[in-house]
Design a protein around this ligand. Structure first.
Ligand SMILES: Cc1cc2nc3c(=O)[nH]c(=O)nc-3n(C[C@H](O)[C@H](O)[C@H](O)COP(=O)(O)OP(=O)(O)OC[C@H]3O[C@@H](n4cnc5c(N)ncnc54)[C@H](O)[C@@H]3O)c2cc1C
Length: 150
């Protein structure tokens, strides 16, 4: 499990890109001033200055150290502000928190990953981990559901 030196101190983080995934989900590519290492499944807290803080599980490759992605569904006050962020804006990130998926337990096994909606966010990161270490697993199946085709 990764732990940062001080998980209570937000790290200044620049929004590098905003990708529109669906009408209600956007992915933000973020570049923290200090790199934040995480295991797939761990989560981070994002602060939008003057608005608030919310937890998310990075959806990017866990072995990418310079940047991380967050895929956010617009459901309320903070996530609406996050959807309004633009390239060059600055937010705070702290963490990681929680424990990652028990990847070692999956070795040599057939794996079925099931998810939907913004529940895909942590599973995207998990799938990157599986692709990265594909020789270690017997078979990988992915099934996903969505409310609408969009
Ligand atoms: C560990 C963890 C990881 C997460 N990872 C992700 C992620 O990767 N991506 C992601 O999109 N989300 C993720 N979430 C969820 C995300 O944190 C929440 O969606 C977000 O905090 C909501 O904040 P908000 O201010 O936008 O919404 P809020 O304004 O708090 O609203 C949230 C919901 O509550 C309803 N609501 C608000 N007030 C009331 C009220 N008075 N009465 C009834 N209903 C009300 C809203 O309509 C909305 O549906 C994660 C959560 C946790 C705990």
């Amino acid at each position: 499990m990764y732990l940062s030196k001080n998980p209570y101190r937000p790290i200044r983080t620049e929004v590098l890109a905003v990708i529109e995934e669906t009408p209600t989900i956007k992915t933000l590519r973020l570049k923290p001033e200090e790199s934040i290492s995480f295991e797939t499944g761990q989560f981070v807290e994002m602060t939008v200055p003057g608005v608030g803080e919310f937890p998310f599980t990075p959806s990017s490759r866990p072995f990418e150290k310079e940047t991380l992605d967050v895929s956010v569904m617009k459901v309320g006050k903070v996530t609406e502000k996050i959807h309004n962020l633009k390239t060059g804006d600055v937010v705070g990130l702290r963490g990681p928190f929680g424990t990652g998926y028990p990847i070692e337990d999956f070795k040599g096994k057939e794996i079925l990953v099931v998810g939907d909606g913004c529940g895909f966010a942590p599973l995207r990161s998990l799938m990157y981990e599986f692709f990265h270490r594909s020789g270690e697993f017997k078979k990988l199946l992915f099934r996903g559901g969505c409310r609408t085709p969009q």
